[in-house]
Ligand binder design. Structure first.
Ligand SMILES: Nc1ncnc2c1ncn2[C@@H]1O[C@H](COP(=O)(O)OP(=O)(O)OP(=O)(O)O)[C@@H](O)[C@H]1O
Length: 572
């Protein structure tokens, strides 16, 4: 049995919802076939419930129960049609908004917000008034009234999901926007969209019934549940409630089924709710890696400025990374480490502007448009949080092989083999099994190893590792650092290693760049990263504030350093 069907079986709400909807659909299919003649036949008017007419007859002498059953098909078709309009066009609009340039996106989001604030039923009434009364006009009207809700939810979710590292990585790899939207974003937006679709189905059902009830919807001789409810109103007021029972019960049961299915599907669609099939706690492993030929590259950045509007966030930063060198970037939170690194990958957040007099990896000039394939060959990223590095809705194998398939144009099977080798190289246990698992089935250390394997798969000249071990426990942290060191030693890959941890930087890196408030205040050999050798007071203060594993926390005059206390040049 597949995990998905197991999840469905373990979800009684979903099972009940599907059963109820199944019954309603069965009625919709069969009732018009078998009962439409009888439902139109005329008998005695206002007959009380009897064995011949379980819910009695109406003012014209029709069997009330049969009419309610026959009306099921038209009601369901109209509800499904209106819901489909809202879902499809709403998601399309919301996704298109995400693809727009920031300014156009802002305008569109404001328009969508205004539409959401406008009461849906009122909007539907306006549209229905323009189109005229009738079944198809109210379907279009209610469908259109639902579009802004889906558009806003999709755009909001897209804004959030697009900041995820796996989406940023896909952008770096040059995966097209529509493909990113369909493959990486929509699956991760499925849960809330499914829940909204289900509740929209239920609210659409009541809205359509309401419009038919007030005479704007389905017109005679056709009838849906709303029209039947409207016809039953005089009987209800005259003390004959049975005429209402059939359509009212069917509206309630169908609405309830939709809600139960929405909730159930949302739970089943989330692979994180799946039972764990992976062995646990085997992040530490012992296999050996495969050596890859060494290459020779250089990173050269000069006078890099990054602005948010008029505010400079990175101020004239210059640095270089030699081939095969591990360069640490340290500095307090907000000093510009990540922005500096991300500018190399051309992944600055929207709204920030960049200028520099030189920015190159080898002979690749990063100030000009760079084809994604060349960019992927030049650098790879390893992010801080292994939990958000991978798309939770896709199996590891699918995403691990994506860049090989996209940029190296390697077939899925060959890419899979190559990735298994890459996973072995970073000593991830049972690589074939890992490829079939979802990210949540791997430990943090395993995911980070997989991330390093992915980063290496395109054989980049530079790996940017942005606090790659911060989210991991100390033992796994040490293993991942050793892994980076091994990669550097064996493959000669240059590494830009961003960290808050001076101790780690001193142990891992060859050279260290110290940043403070958007400037590089010192470049220093890692071996000289001591309070005695550091030249800049901020570096000394940083070192003094760092616990030394060989001794107590040092308290030196440097600790009292403030930016106002020095006029040293920004670039050491
Ligand atoms: N999209 C943005 N819009 C405006 N300001 C931003 C944006 N992104 C970052 N900043 C600001 O730029 C500065 C540098 O940010 P950056 O993320 O590079 O710092 P950092 O040194 O990497 O910090 P941390 O160690 O906390 O990650 C910070 O003051 C931050 O608030």
């Amino acid at each position: 049995m597949s995990p998905r069907s197991r999840r469905r079986r373990g979800n009684p709400g979903l099972v009940l919802g599907l059963a109820l909807l199944g019954i309603v659909i069965l009625i919709a299919v069969l009732a018009p076939v078998f009962f439409s003649g009888e439902a139109d036949a005329l008998g005695s008017r206002f007959a009380q419930p009897s064995s011949g007419h379980p819910l009695g007859t109406d003012a014209a002498g029709h069997d009330v129960l049969l009419r309610a059953l026959v009306a099921t098909r038209l009601t369901l078709l109209m509800t499904a049609g209106a819901t489909a309009i809202a879902v499809a066009l709403g998601i399309l609009l919301g996704t298109s908004v995400w693809l727009m340039r920031p300014r156009a996106r802002e305008v569109c989001l404001r328009v969508i917000d205004a539409m959401v604030a406008f009461p849906g039923l009122l909007l539907a009434l306006v549209v229905a008034a323009v189109l005229g009364a009738g079944g198809s006009s109210v379907v279009i009207a209610i469908g259109m009234a639902g579009i802004p809700y889906f558009a806003r939810l999709t755009a909001n979710l897209a804004a959030k999901v697009s900041q995820q590292e796996y989406v940023r990585t896909a952008r770096l790899l040059g995966v097209s926007h529509p493909r990113i939207a369909v493959r990486h974003m929509l699956p991760n937006m499925a849960e809330p969209l499914l829940v909204l679709s289900a509740s929209t189905f239920a609210s659409t059902l009541t809205a359509l019934s309401a419009l038919s009830f007030v005479g704007i919807g389905v017109q005679s001789p056709s009838y849906d549940w709303g029209k039947l409810l409207s016809e039953a109103l005089p009987s209800l007021l005259a003390g004959r409630p049975f005429q209402m029972v059939g359509p009212a019960a069917l509206v309630i049961v169908t609405g309830l089924a939709a809600i139960l299915i929405g909730d159930g599907l949302a739970a089943a669609a989330n692979p994180r709710t799946a039972r764990r099939t992976a062995g646990r706690g085997d992040a530490r492993d012992t296999e050996r890696d495969t050596p890859v030929p060494r290459e020779d590259y250089l990173v050269d950045v000069q006078d890099l400025w990054i602005h948010s509007g008029d505010k400079p966030l990175v101020k004239g930063v210059s640095f270089g990374i030699r081939p095969g060198e591990i360069v640490g970037v340290v500095g307090e939170s907000g000093s510009g480490k990540t922005l500096t690194a991300m500018s190399l990958a051309r992944l600055l957040p929207d709204g920030l502007t960049l200028s520099s007099s030189r920015m190159a990896i080898g002979d690749l000039d990063l100030r000009r448009p760079v084809p994604p394939g060349l960019m992927a060959d030049a650098l790879s990223l390893v992010y801080q949080d292994p939990a958000s590095t991978f798309n939770p809705a896709l199996r590891m194998g699918t995403q691990l092989t994506e860049m090989l398939r996209t940029h190296k144009h390697i077939g899925a099977r060959a890419a899979g083999h190559r990735m298994v080798e890459a996973l072995q190289a970073v000593r991830l246990t049972h690589p074939e099994r890992r490829m079939k698992q979802y990210p949540h089935e791997l430990s943090g250390g395993m995911r980070q190893r997989a991330m390093i394997a992915t980063a290496l798969a395109t054989e980049p000249r530079l790996i940017i590792a942005d606090e790659p071990t911060t989210a991991l426990d100390v033992t796994v942290q040490a293993e991942i650092l050793r892994e980076l060191e091994r990669v550097n030693g064996r493959l000669g890959t240059s590494i830009m290693f961003i960290s808050h941890d001076i101790g780690v930087v001193r142990a891992l890196c060859h050279r260290v760049i110290v940043m403070y408030r958007g400037e590089v205040v010192e470049e220093i050999d890692a071996a000289d990263l001591t309070v005695e050798s550091a030249r800049h007071p901020y570096t000394r203060a940083l070192l003094a504030a760092t616990p030394d594993i060989d001794g107590p926390v040092e308290t030196l005059p440097g600790m009292a350093w403030t930016p106002e206390a020095t006029k040293e040049p920004s670039h050491g």
